[in-house]
Ligand binder design. Sequence first.
Ligand code: FES
Ligand SMILES: [Fe+2]
Length: 417
Amino acid sequence: MTIFSQVNASKLSDTVTPGHTLPAALYISDEAFQIDMDVFFFKSWILVGFEADIPEEGDARVVDIGNASVLLVRDDDENVRAFHNSCRHRGSRLVEDRVEGISRFVCPYHQWTYDLEGNLVHAPHMGQTFDKTCHSLRPVNVRTAGGMIFICLAEDAPADIDEVLAELETRLAPFDLSNAKIAFDQTITEEGNWKLSVDNNRECYHCEGSHPELINTFVGLDIGFDPEDVSAEELRDYERHCIDAAAQVAEWEARGYVSHAIERYDGHETLLRTQRFVISGAGESHTLDGAAAVRKLLGENTDPKLGDLHIHLSNAWHHAFADHAVFSYLVPVSPTRTALRTVWLVNKDAVEGVDYDLEKLTEVWIATNQQDADLVALAQKGVQSFGYRPGPLSPFTERTVAVNQEWYLERLRAHGY
Ligand code: FES
Ligand SMILES: [Fe+2]
């Protein structure tokens, strides 16, 4: 049975009502899950880690995406490389989880040995005619920008990653995140389809009702609103805020902190939405009161008020502030389960207990992530129940969900689904 037959239609485009949530089969069926993995996690560029995961030469970390296991490596020249985590002899997994400061990968099975560039350098008892150069580790496409590591498992990786990386590099350069350190690292499981996790991230319609910690630093109407549902006084206040925010954005841009909104969905293989927002409260960071949590700011910058640089990617979302960055990415585990990893990045010279208090640094997004995970689990239960029918998205507060969904459908069609 295909996802198409489950929803009694022959084409995917026929199964979706524009501006609505997706048919249940796309959130629950094994076949839809396999198609998603193929298109969005094996053929597209995805975020799978951070330079801070492998800061030193000889550090390596394993990332598992579906049935693909990939080794991220910092080589002798400090470049980031990626290889399939499978020995070229009889296929053994080379590294179980992570290693630090090694000079060679030695396979645990028969001790074939590879250097950090993936070359097979030792393979005893294979005969005089055995050509080691034909048995290097199989490379995986890998790129970095702004401290992030992206891979593409397809051999013909989408070329438009260059434009996305250039934009990210420009916007994130002042934070010097490739030299930052991970102050806190958390992986949680969301009990829902990965698209429900992404949809939940693309809107903040739910923020007022579910994120009491986060909304301290948000300007409520920035998330979109129906003018008919807002009082004249609220509207006047918001117009004043918009004038101030526009002036702040112009000032940031004049100082070289690129802040204007960019939305790359339609017609692009690799999506990107990014914008720098003014923060409420003390105006510095996503903490309970909006004040910076880290005394030693990121990079060389000394201005604690650089706003909230949002970045949305196909499997990731980030916020970068002057004092820290909180970066998240997801990896689907099953049709109804998704792993979400979040790291809190700070200046590598910042000392816990001296320059920052870990609880103050992490409490807003630890709470927010759990609240989001709870919402995703509720949504999953609802969409897989017998009575579920696709529901309408708000044109005011969920436009970006609809835009993201259109991009998703466009990519499926481009791959023949
Ligand atoms: S499987 Fe790796 S050395 Fe044999
Ligand atoms: Fe949320």
